[in-house]
Ligand binder design. Structure first.
Ligand SMILES: [Zn+2]
Length: 314
């Protein structure tokens, strides 16, 4: 099967009239100039932008969606539809939001509906789990596809025999990390920093600032913020080291109770050093350190039995 990078190259070539090999050469040159810190897909997007190409009228596969894309168009099947949630805006109006998971034959993505007309489609049962829909003019924000009032969601006649419902994660080494990768690595914890705390909006999950009379979300106004913990780590898999972040839920899986007494926390942190685990997450650019950082969403013990089975098979 053709990879998403190859498909993006082909699209750029087709739209620009520049040969496939020349497009690829430009992408490699772009990556070289950025010291390899950008993925092939990301560099291809930069090259496309420089050529004045946008993907506005292109129907993309879900695994072709790239960070920061505006006006993205995809078709997929709704495999998971979450209940309509309401919130109060800064002006005191009632707002609504709907989350759903859209899948095609290449991957899946969380879709967020903000527009009342789109939400009515869900409320009135026009679209439901199993519906195939076309999404037009949506934007990628932190790995999610967001639909505003300029976006469209409409029925599609496309048929999907099978869709990818599992999270598409590639097994990688740290030295192979590229920005925006979803990756799974087996690595040792070589440093564990003190937990830090922050507050998020219960509606949009964005960080909130604390004001004079409570917590204020830029989008939802005054909210009852949720306290969350995070911990920074340095991981080493033998190929390289990376900074990593583990949030709330996954901290328990790593063996840390962030709310525990300081002296217990010290013991928990020390116990982690030198521990080998399997980490899944996304590679992001840390703007402060100007370095890639691994945002971990799942931590698992190394499955030695499974590992032995897979070694015996090879
Ligand atoms: Zn909010």
């Amino acid at each position: 099967m053709q990879g998403n990078y190859e498909r993006i190259l082909e699209k750029i070539s087709k739209i620009s009239g520049i040969g496939n090999e020349e497009v690829e050469r430009r992408v490699e040159a772009k990556r070289a100039r950025l010291s390899g810190l950008i993925s092939h897909e990301g560099a291809a997007q930069v090259v496309a932008a420089e050529l004045g190409i946008n993907f506005d009228n292109e129907k993309l596969k879900i695994d072709e969606l790239l960070p920061g894309m505006r006006r993205a168009n995809v078709v997929g099947k709704i495999v998971n539809l979450f209940p309509v949630r309401t919130f109060t805006t800064k002006k005191g109006d009632q707002g609504k939001v709907v989350n759903l998971i859209l899948a095609d034959d290449t991957s899946n993505v969380r879709v967020v509906l903000w527009d009342t007309h789109h939400i009515e489609f869900i409320e009135q049962g026009v679209f439901f789990e199993g519906s195939v829909v076309e999404i037009v003019n949506a934007s990628m924000r932190e790995g999610e596809l967001h639909l505003g009032s300029f976006s469209e969601i409409k029925e599609s006649k496309e048929v999907f025999d099978s869709v990818r419902k599992d999270k598409v994660v590639k097994e990688k080494t740290i030295s192979e990390f590229q920005i925006s990768d979803a990756a799974k690595i087996r690595a040792f914890i070589v440093q564990a920093f003190e937990p830090r705390f922050f507050y998020v909006c219960p509606e949009c999950r964005k960080k909130v600032a604390s004001g004079a009379d409570g917590f204020i979300c830029a989008e939802h106004g005054k909210v009852a913020a949720e306290k969350r913990a995070l911990m920074n780590f340095v991981l080493d898999d033998g190929t390289e080291t990376t900074r990593a972040v583990v949030f709330n839920e996954a901290l328990a899986d790593i063996g840390v109770n962030a709310l525990d007494e300081p002296e217990n926390l010290i013991i928990q942190r020390e116990a982690l050093l030198g521990k080998e685990m399997v980490f899944s997450g996304n590679v992001r650019m840390n703007k402060f350190f100007n370095n890639p950082e691994f945002i971990i969403d799942q931590v698992k013990e190394v499955d030695l039995d499974g590992l032995i089975v897979s070694l015996e098979k090879t």
